[in-house]
Structures are given as C-alpha cells and as structure tokens.
Design a binder for this molecule. Structure first.
Ligand code: PLP
Length: 413
C-alpha cells in the first residue's frame, strides 16, 4: 500500500492503534458522527461520509474495486499488526462473521462460504457440479472472464457445451429479457450462468424471474453476483438461486481478496469443493473454505465493511449511487458524439454507465482521464470498446460534472 502524506495523516487520525506514524499530525477538527440514511441529494451528509476515504482524485471504477473506508483499513491493519507480533493469533469470530453475512444478504443460515473472489466461487461451482459431455450451460456474450472461463474450461476438458447468446442491451421489459434466455433452452440444458449485473454496461438481468423459470425446467441457476452486495439490498432466500457468487471487495468496499459463495442448502453436500483440505467432506459450507494458509486480515476488514455499510443504510447507499448514475447518464447523452451503451431505463441500469465517443478510442479516453486523476474502466473484452464509469458514495456531482466537461474538451483523433 503506498499512501500519500495526506492519506497517512487521515489514517493516523482514524486509527488510535496505528503506530509508526507518530510524526503525522492529526487534523484538529473532530469528525461529526456518520449520517444514517441520508437522502440521495443531502450533499452535506455525503460530504461527511466522503471524509472516511483516502481516495486521491476521482475513483470512478468501483466496478473493479471499491475503496475501503477508514474503519475497514483500521480493522484490517489492526489484525495484521496483532498477527505479526506472533505471540498469539488475533481472533476472528468465524461463526459471527458468517451470521453477519447471512443476515446482510438475506441468505439461509449455514449457506455462506467465504472465499477469495467471484472467480474462485464460480470455478468452485463449475468444477463441483457433475456435468457430463453434451450437457449445456447457457450464458450471454457479456460475461466477465471470472464468470465464464470456468465453463469454457469444462467445455475444453469434458465436452460440456457452453452456449452464449447476445443479450438485449437496452430492454424495455423484463419479460423480453427472460424470453431471450428461455429461447436457448434445449433438452440438454443443465445450467443458466447469469451475471446479475453485467460488467460491460451495468445492465441488470431479471434474475428472480430467470431462477423461477429455470427451476420449472430442472435447470440449475448459477448467478455471477460480483456486483450487487453493497449496491442493492439483497434477499438471497427470496431469490432462491442454486448458487450465488460475489466479490465484496467491489461495492461493499471490503478488502481485496474477499469473496462469497452462497449455496442453496440442498446443494451444499452434493457440490464438490475446488480445493481439498480439512473439512472437504463436511456437510456444511466449510468444505469450500479450507484452502490452506490464508491472509485472514481481510476477514477482519470484511466484517467492518458490513458494519460501515449498515451504519449509513443500504437503501440510502443504493439510492445515492443509482441517482448519481442516472445524473451521469443524462449528462453523457447530451455530449455530441457520445453514445451511451448502458440501458436507457434506470431500473435496468445499476450504478455503472458505459459509452463510446466518436473519434476517441476507449484507450485514448482512459489515458486522457487518468492523466487528470480520474480512474475509469476500459471495457475491451469481446471486441467491445467502451469506457465504464461507476458511481459510489465517494463520488460527488462535481466529479461527474468534471468528467463530462473534460470529455467535451477532449479533441478527436
Ligand atoms: C460480472 C463480474 N464477474 C466476475 C468478476 C471477477 O471478480 P473477481 O476478480 O473479484 O473474481 C468481475 C470483476 O470485475 C465481474 O465484473
């Protein structure tokens, strides 16, 4: 971790036990308490929340990584410092963390496995189901490598058929999106592998309807839910998918290297673990979690990330992040030459906006914005060439105004 002096000062102020920074002067003004449930346009409240972050410039790429707030950094670093003293190992309340996650996600008791990321969780499912040659896995052409390579490898290794179709990118009705999936079903279809939120454009798939329809056809649902926790309020029991994979290091702002696999209870005991160690044959989700020595400091940070999120309020965070995206979407559509490729209807859009810009490559735009301290994601997978901007609680209307202004000024060619 390389921190600027300003960041070190902020961190030192926030961390009573964070030694080694005795030379850093803490800011004199005491912070007011975190606002709970602020309205989406309560700028003073969001500015206060923004004081919890060490971000330099504008971070508009939460879709790749969220930035941890100070309490999450604190919990993670405290754990590391305690561990490296080597006398005793700091305690992580494993059962407590699992319960905290289950409540946060609305998941069944005992259904959560804590892994390293979505990629590992998706690979666990693909390798852990007993699919045979000719069995079909249906998905879209907009899947992330972390959600599709596990199926591609099964296709290469065992003759499983990985069928992808081009999703509707600007839907008007959920029913049309669901019908596009159902049109792919054959008697050999065993799995729907569905990105809950597409990494390319932020499109939200109608997972609730898809899970219900899939089950009627005996099809297993595997949701690549890398994005939703921390972005939407979740109720995974209500969703009732067979498998839900996620990365809290994105929108939940947890330390990097925290992942989740939520398994419907009836599937836990029959899904093989990816890595075999102690507990590989346990009937609970610990069968998926034993992967040898791990850096456990991230687990301390994960618990702190949930607490931080809940201290502000899930609904408030969702409304703020999505309203910023709606504002950004509207502004971008006004820029001559910009073509927004994210859904035009806010209910399908989440908090990411992707676009092309005539005469400017995505690579050039990313370099141009990056040199002005704005972090973006270039989407170049699958022959696409988009810039994607994510909006989170550490972004402000001024960040959006600035990025749009800079794009207007960017010369073509
Ligand atoms: C939809 C989707 N799936 C999977 C992943 C992979 O996530 P991770 O690198 O945390 O495994 C990403 C990362 O951006 C993603 O956007």
């Amino acid at each position: 971790m390389s921190l600027s002096r300003r960041e070190l000062v902020m961190l030192a102020a926030a961390l009573p036990g964070f030694g080694g920074l005795a030379h850093a002067k803490a800011p004199t003004a005491a912070k007011t308490p975190l606002p709970f449930n602020p309205a989406p346009d309560d700028e003073a409240a969001w500015e206060r929340i923004g004081q919890e972050f060490v971000i330099t410039g504008s971070h508009l790429n939460t879709g790749t990584y969220g930035s941890c707030p100070l309490p999450v950094l604190e919990a993670t670093i405290q754990y590391l410092r305690g561990f490296e003293r080597m006398l005793t190992q700091p305690h992580i309340d494993g059962p407590g963390l699992h319960t905290q996650l289950e409540r946060f996600l609305g998941a069944w008791p005992g259904s959560v496995a804590i892994l390293r990321n979505t990629t590992e969780a998706m690979s666990t499912v693909a390798a852990g189901l007993d699919l045979a040659a000719g069995d079909e896995v249906v998905s879209t052409t907009h899947e992330h490598i972390g959600g599709k390579c596990c199926w591609e490898m099964l296709a290469a290794r065992r003759g499983v058929v990985y069928r992808t179709f081009a999703p509707i990118l600007d839907p008007t009705r959920e029913a049309d999106m669901a019908a596009a999936w159902m049109a792919q079903v054959t008697p050999r279809t065993r799995v729907f592998s569905i990105s809950h939120v597409h990494f390319t454009t932020g499109l939200i798939q109608p997972v609730q309807a898809l899970v219900r329809m899939a089950r009627e056809h005996g099809i297993i649902t595997v949701i690549d839910g890398a994005h939703p926790p921390g972005l939407f309020e979740m109720n995974l029991q209500e969703l009732d998918a067979d498998f839900y994979a996620s990365s809290p290091h994105k929108w939940l702002l947890a330390p990097k290297g925290t992942g989740l696999l939520v398994v419907r209870p009836d599937r836990i005991g029959t899904t093989w673990p990816l890595v075999a160690s102690g507990n590989w044959n346990s009937p609970g989700t610990s069968r998926f979690e034993h992967v040898g020595t791990m850096g456990e400091s991230v687990l301390a940070g994960l618990g702190a990330a949930i607490a931080f999120h809940q201290a502000i309020g899930s609904k408030a965070i969702e409304e703020r992040t999505r309203s910023l995206a709606t504002r950004l979407d509207a502004m971008l559509r006004e820029v001559p030459g910009v073509e927004v490729v994210s859904p035009s209807r806010p209910e399908f859009r989440s908090a990411m906006v992707a676009f092309r810009y005539a005469g400017r490559s995505a690579e050039a735009m990313q370099g141009y914005l990056n040199s002005r301290m704005i972090r973006t994601r270039r989407i170049s997978e699958g022959g696409l060439e988009y810039i994607r901007l994510s909006t989170h609680i550490y972004n402000f209307p001024r960040d959006l105004d600035r990025v749009v202004e800079l794009l207007r000024e960017m010369p073509a060619g």
